[in-house]
Design a protein around this ligand. Structure first.
Ligand code: HDD
Length: 708
């Protein structure tokens, strides 16, 4: 492997050009392996003539220790793995850019947020939390949403999740929480699931987790795609101006495609059919030029308003409802490039909440304060030493210039002095920022006055009001899903005492929730506890976050020989025109013969896919084709499953006979089909438009006979 000429540790002169995105690209280019047309060599550059046969004494004799190529090859292989992340081990990442659309110069001196139109290169990594690296994507879990901004003033990491609150209020509880949610220590079960005793034992004893549990049991925990999730910085951070004025800020990412989820039954089937469902989706969208995009929004709270809310801004188990402080759009995030090597980039990327730039600072949120210790610490063990910031994906585009030296994996040949102050090195590197120069990090000068105590503030003690707010804000079908999720999770918990304690906690959230869960578990319905308010925040419901358009939604067309091609092509044109991915599926690959004339190319063989890998199903007409499909249990299953998962279905002409063969509930046959997202027509007339609109609604959660 050849590395092109490189001066690691220092970004080259000119790397802070006018277009920062190019700066990161160019920097990465310098680390990419040259095209591999050359002959095979050892790590020392010695050419190797045979990598298929070890050196041995005679054709059938023992292998010789002096075969340095064999030994080096196997040793390198033995050392390929590094410890996986203790949480968020499974993930997928991509490069892109952040573009500022509204200047925040009034609130922060952060250069990358100050100029409209400025583009800053980014790397984003999405992840699940509980499961190890090889676990399935579609488990019920929080999703990580971590963004590294390579700004001209240094790297800024926004290490967030797809839920705006957290399980605990103080970072000292994190090891307890993670031990409880991870696989149980005696048998390492379950993989990628929170439905087990230790997790619910911990949460039932830790009522501060209740608000987060509501999010975790909601559909937010089973996203349809990383591209269709919101992201949140979770904590209240602080913007700071050049003259030292502070403003509280919360960060929100909002996906352009809307917020959409899978249904629970579907997630379990996908975990078998395609455990890489979410990573594949991200990868394929970017390869196809369908670049996912999010809007960055901020909620700004003047310092004078710090105590005006009935919750504490420093408490990470609370949101600021958007109805109290609106989310102000300030920029867009676009992911437009897949990594070239998963390990080098996605695995080795190292995020850290304390990677901040001038103009962005912390608050005293005790969860954030602990994170600011943990991330640097974890990278030291995970990446094998202190020089991980020199790895290509981690290195800033801003110059790096200091007296840190040596350590495992040092890539830089540092000349000269290595201490400060010095005169022999010309006094370099010198303190930045004499005379208040811009672009220098200066800590916000917060006045702190208090006793050294281990006490949680009184203002952190209300654990239920916002859990109730979340419940009240859900559509009926969202509430049903939450109840079913609690029933499933607690139903997998063997300890009756834990189940009862948890249901007791839910009685503080809402009597309907507690009753629904208790009934499912066969427990007595607990009496209502505390005062339950009717307050709601519509911004929390996915029903109000449908997004723009239907680009990249996937439609399966079920076909066989004798298919009526022209009406199908008409519908396909309409859908493809709106950015939908339409794939023709038949019993085997190849080309189908049309009913009267024409042919239809098969994109995929039906047995290699499944209805759960699509957003909707379309059945074209053609008597022979439909008869073949109706006799094929796999095709019938596609229709039935798609129906029971609430997905739009359309049949053209005699295609409706396949719907009949799938024995959909009577309400559909009885004419209520259109309201329930099931469309049939003699030809193609009208179906395309209705079907496309139905795709925009994503699902029809009020159908009879659904599997949730
Ligand atoms: Fe964390 C990874 C998000 C609390 C300690 N965390 C990690 C990642 C994300 C989050 C997205 C994966 C980053 C990546 O893709 O590499 N974590 C959060 C959020 C939290 C949170 C949104 C609460 C608001 N985390 C939290 C606490 C601690 C940690 C309280 C420790 C006291 N988190 C870690 C870690 C990880 C990590 C152990 C594991 C791997 C890594 O950092 O790089 O340091």
């Amino acid at each position: 492997m050849h590395l092109m000429s490189v001066n690691p540790g220092q970004a080259g002169p000119g790397s802070l050009g006018n277009e920062p995105r190019d700066a990161k690209d160019e920097q990465l280019d310098r680390f990419r392996s040259a095209p591999r047309h050359d002959a095979l060599t050892t790590d020392q550059g010695v050419r190797v003539d045979d990598t298929d046969n070890a050196l041995r004494a005679g054709q059938r004799g023992p292998t010789l220790l002096e075969d340095f190529h064999n030994r080096e090859k196997i040793t390198r292989f033995d050392h390929e793995r590094i410890p996986e992340r203790v949480v968020h081990a499974r993930g997928a990442g991509a490069y892109g850019y952040f573009e500022t659309t509204e200047s925040l110069a009034e609130y922060t001196c952060a250069d990358f947020l100050s100029e409209v139109g400025r583009r800053t290169p980014v790397f984003v990594r999405f992840s699940t939390v509980q499961g190890p690296r090889g676990s399935a994507d579609t488990v019920r879990d929080v999703r990580g949403f971590a963004t590294k901004f390579y700004t001209r003033e240094g790297n800024y990491d926004l290490v967030g999740n797809n839920m705006p609150v957290f399980f605990i209020q103080d970072a000292i509880k994190f090891p307890d929480f993670v031990h409880a949610v991870k696989m149980e220590p005696h048998n390492e079960i379950p993989t990628g699931a929170s439905a087990h005793d230790t997790f619910w034992d911990f949460c039932s004893l830790q009522p501060e987790s209740t608000h987060m549990l509501m999010w975790l049991m909601s559909d937010r925990a089973i996203p349809r795609s990383f591209r269709m999730m919101q992201g949140f910085g979770v904590h209240t951070f602080r913007f700071v101006t050049a003259d030292g004025r502070g403003t509280f800020v919360k960060f929100h990412w909002k996906p352009k495609l809307g917020v959409h989820s899978l249904v629970w039954d579907e997630t379990q089937l996908i975990a078998g059919r395609d455990p890489d469902f979410n990573r594949r989706d991200l990868w394929e969208a970017i390869e196809a030029g369908e670049y996912p995009e999010w809007e960055l929004g901020v909620q700004l709270v003047p310092e004078a308003d710090e105590h005006k809310f009935d919750f504490d801004l420093l408490d990470a188990t609370k949101i600021i409802p958007e109805e109290l402080v609106p989310v102000r759009p300030v920029g867009r995030l676009v992911l437009d490039r897949n990594p070239q090597n998963f390990f080098a980039e996605t695995e080795q990327v190292a995020f850290h909440t304390a990677n901040v730039v001038p103009g962005i600072d912390f608050t005293n949120d005790p969860l954030l304060q602990g994170r600011n210790f943990s991330y640097l610490d974890t990278q030291l063990i995970r990446l094998g030493g202190p020089n991980f910031a020199q790895l290509p994906v981690n290195r800033p585009v801003a110059d790096v210039n200091n007296n840190h030296r040596d350590g495992y994996g040092q890539q830089v040949i540092h000349p000269g002095t290595n201490y400060f102050p010095n005169s022999l090195g010309g006094g370099c590197p010198a303190h930045a920022g004499a005379g208040g120069a811009p672009g220098v990090f200066r800590h916000y000068q917060e006045r702190v006055d208090g006793h050294k105590i281990r006490v949680r503030s009184e203002s952190f003690q209300d654990h239920y009001s916002q859990a109730t707010l979340f419940w009240n804000s859900m559509a009926d079908w969202e509430k049903r899903h939450i109840v079913q999720a609690f029933r499933f999770e607690l139903g997998k918990c063997d300890s009756m005492a834990v189940r009862e304690r948890m249901v007791g906690n839910l009685a503080h959230v809402h009597p309907d929730l507690a009753a629904g869960v208790a009934e499912g578990l066969g427990l007595p319905v607990p009496a209502a506890a505390g005062t339950v308010t009717g307050a709601a925040s519509p911004a929390l419901s996915q029903a109000n976050l449908l997004g723009e358009g239907i680009r990249t939604r996937k439609v399966a067309v079920l076909a066989a020989d004798g298919v009526e091609v022209p009406p199908l092509e008409e519908v396909r044109r309409e859908l493809v025109g709106q950015g939908v991915i339409v794939e023709v599926l038949a019993a085997s690959g190849g080309t189908l013969t049309g009913k009267d004339s024409g042919t239809l190319k098969v994109d995929r063989a039906l047995p290699t896919m499944a209805s759960v890998l699509y957003d909707a199903v379309l059945v074209p007409g053609g008597d022979d084709a439909v008869a073949t499909l109706a006799a094929d249990p796999a095709a019938v299953r596609y229709v039935e499953e798609a129906y029971r998962h609430g997905k739009p279905l359309a049949a053209l002409g005699s295609g409706s006979r396949l719907l009949a063969a799938a024995r959909l509930p009577e309400a559909v046959a009885g004419g209520a089909g259109r309201e329930l997202g099931v469309f049939t027509s003699a030809g193609s007339g009208g179906v395309a438009r209705d079907f496309a609109q139905a795709l925009g609604r994503h699902r029809f959660p009020n159908r009879p006979g659904l599997l949730n």
